[in-house]
Design a protein around this ligand. Structure first.
Ligand code: ADP
Ligand SMILES: N[C@@H](CCOP(=O)(O)O)C(=O)O
Length: 293
């Protein structure tokens, strides 16, 4: 048996739609795999009642098929599905690492990115790699057609998860199909600022670089209380706030000393909007880890 832990991730970071991602140091999924003649799946943990065990509909089924590695796969969910925290990607990445080890396929973490992205295609319709890349490699990742670039960033974060479900598939339907040249210039400037901030481990630059006028405003409408939560986090010291992935989680960047205050302000603002929520005080973390094999 092989057991792997893969972390939650936050994709886009505002200005880097379908490109940027970070691994969070918590929460995480844990996946156990054992060789079998055909793939079977068992799911326990947070939100497991909403996750199919049919290998054609669970992301890990697509990963097992891509690696030609049939197995009994047990998923212990720590990352709630439809959270904007890369729940499906955490399972896909953990399964890719575990099955690669179980069947001695010898693929590198970089080579496992497109394999794990096959799982994303099952749930969102597109094999976007911006969650699976950080879930596999850790740190801050830039996923493009040419491959993945990683930065071993260390930035304090707050991920606030409201009790609202937003499916990535639905949230992709509200993404505008075009953008003005002014908005493109703005986005390039912010994305570049964010990337420099990650390299310098500078939370002020990362926060400033998250501002986005194209995708985030459309997605914010799907999250009750988003604007108040954002304002409250900024007033409490966050250096930047945006929608995490496709939502509904909201991601705040801050200095470590402000993290508790920012988390409290976000929870209070959601509460005032009558939305129950929980906050993860976290930071940019490591990628998938093999526990036992
Ligand atoms: N192993 C899995 N873990 C999480 N969700 C899964 C898994 N397999 C299939 N799904 C489905 O994927 C959807 C959640 O994925 P997604 O909408 O991308 O959410 P998230 O933003 O949290 O990744 C749900 O419909 C869920 O049933
Ligand atoms: N780039 C994707 C990321 C989706 O992230 P998730 O954590 O919500 O699955 C998108 O924005 O659609």
């Amino acid at each position: 048996m092989v057991t792997v832990r893969a972390p939650a991730t936050s994709a886009n970071l505002g200005s880097g739609f379908d490109v940027f991602g970070v691994a969070l140091d918590r929460p995480a999924d844990i996946v156990h795999v054992e060789r079998a003649d055909r793939t079977t799946i068992e799911v326990t943990g947070v939100g497991s009642q909403y996750i199919p065990t049919d290998p054609d509909r669970n992301v890990v089924g697509a990963v097992a098929e891509a690696l030609d590695a049939p197995a009994h796969i047990r998923i212990d969910k720590g990352v709630r599905p439809s959270s904007g925290l890369g729940s499906s990607a955490a399972s896909s990445a953990a399964a890719a690492v575990a099955l690669n080890e179980l069947y001695d396929r010898g693929l590198s973490r970089e080579e496992l990115v497109p394999v794990a992205a096959e799982g994303e295609a099952v749930v969102s319709g597109e094999a976007h790699a911006d969650n699976v890349a950080p879930a596999l490699l850790g740190g801050f990742t830039v996923a493009t057609d040419e491959g993945v670039t990683t930065v071993d960033a260390d930035i304090p974060l707050v991920a606030c998860l409201p009790e609202i479900a937003v499916s990535t598939r639905d949230a992709r339907r509200v993404v505008p199909s075009d953008a003005s040249i002014e908005d493109m210039v703005h986005t390039v400037g912010r994305a570049a600022t964010l990337a420099v901030g990650m390299c310098r481990r500078d939370a002020d630059l990362v926060g400033a670089g998250m501002d986005d006028r194209v995708v985030t405003p459309a997605r914010a409408k799907l999250i009750n209380g988003y604007h108040d939560v954002r304002e409250a986090a900024l007033a409490a010291g966050a250096t930047g706030v945006t929608v995490s992935g496709a939502g509904p989680s909201v991601l705040g960047v801050c200095q470590a000393a402000d993290r508790t205050r920012v988390a409290g302000a976000m929870l209070e603002a959601f509460d005032e909007a009558d939305v129950a929520a929980r906050a993860y005080k976290t930071r940019v973390g490591r990628g998938a880890e093999v526990f036992e094999s």
